[in-house]
Design a protein around this ligand. Structure first.
Ligand code: ADP
Ligand code: MG
Length: 174
C-alpha cells in the first residue's frame, strides 16, 4: 500500500493534527491543502475570499489538491474540499479517503478553544456550534460518500491513528 491518504471532515475535526501523526506513524510525507494555498498564494483565506470570492478560493483549492497529491503522502484537506464533485472523484480514485467524524458540539468546542488557527470570514455572527451544525447538515452526506473509512474524531490523536493503522491493514489484506 503506497497510495495517498486523504483526510476529510469539517474544520476543527482534526485533519491536520491526526494527519500529521498518521504520516509520522507510516513514514509518509504530510501535506495540508490549506497551508499549501497560504504558502503559494501568500494570502490568508480571508484575503483570497476578499480578492477572488469563494469561487476563486474553491478553484485554488482544487489546484492545491492535485499539486500536493503523491504516493506515500497523507493529505489534510480543507473542510470544503468535498463540495466539488471533481475533487471527490479525484480523491476517491487516487487514494484512500478517511472521514474524521465529529459532532457540531465537539467542533464548536475545539474551534472556540483555538479560534485564531481557524479564522474564516464570519457570515452570521451566530454561535460557532450553530454554524457547524449547518455545515454538517450541508456536507455530512458528501463526507460519507467520498470516504472509504469513517473514524470518530473524539478520541485522542494517538488512539485515532492506531485505529486508522488497523483499518488500513485490514483493508490491505482483504
Ligand atoms: P482541522 O485541520 O480538521 O481543521 P485541526 O487538526 O487543526 O483540525 O484541529 C483543530 C483543533 O482541535 C486544534 O486546536 C487541535 O489541537 C485540536 N484537536 C484536533 N484533534 C484532536 C483530538 N483528537 N483530540 C483533542 N483535540 C484535538
Ligand atoms: Mg487543518
Amino acid at each position: 500500500m503506497s497510495q495517498p491518504i486523504f483526510m476529510v471532515g469539517a474544520r476543527g475535526c482534526g485533519k491536520t493534527t491526526v494527519g500529521t501523526a498518521l504520516a509520522r506513524a507510516l513514514g509518509y510525507q504530510f501535506a495540508d491543502t490549506d497551508l499549501f494555498m497560504q504558502q503559494t498564494s501568500k494570502m490568508s483565506v480571508a484575503e483570497v475570499v476578499a480578492n477572488e470570492g469563494w469561487h476563486g478560493f474553491r478553484q485554488r483549492e482544487s489546484v492545491a489538491l492535485q499539486q500536493v497529491t503523491q504516493s506515500r503522502c497523507v493529505i489534510a484537506t480543507g473542510g470544503g474540499m468535498v463540495l466539488s464533485p471533481q475533487n471527490r472523484q479525484f480523491m476517491r480514485s487516487q487514494g484512500i479517503v478517511i472521514y474524521l467524524f465529529a459532532s457540531a458540539t465537539l467542533l464548536g468546542d475545539r474551534l472556540e478553544a483555538c479560534p485564531e488557527a481557524h479564522q474564516r470570514p464570519t457570515l452570521t455572527g451566530r454561535p460557532i456550534v450553530d454554524e457547524m451544525a449547518d455545515v454538517l447538515a450541508a456536507r455530512e452526506t458528501l463526507y460519507r460518500d467520498v470516504a472509504h473509512h469513517v473514524v470518530a474524531a473524539s478520541a485522542t490523536p494517538d488512539v485515532i491513528v492506531t485505529e486508522i493503522l488497523q483499518m488500513l491493514r485490514v483493508s490491505a489484506a482483504s
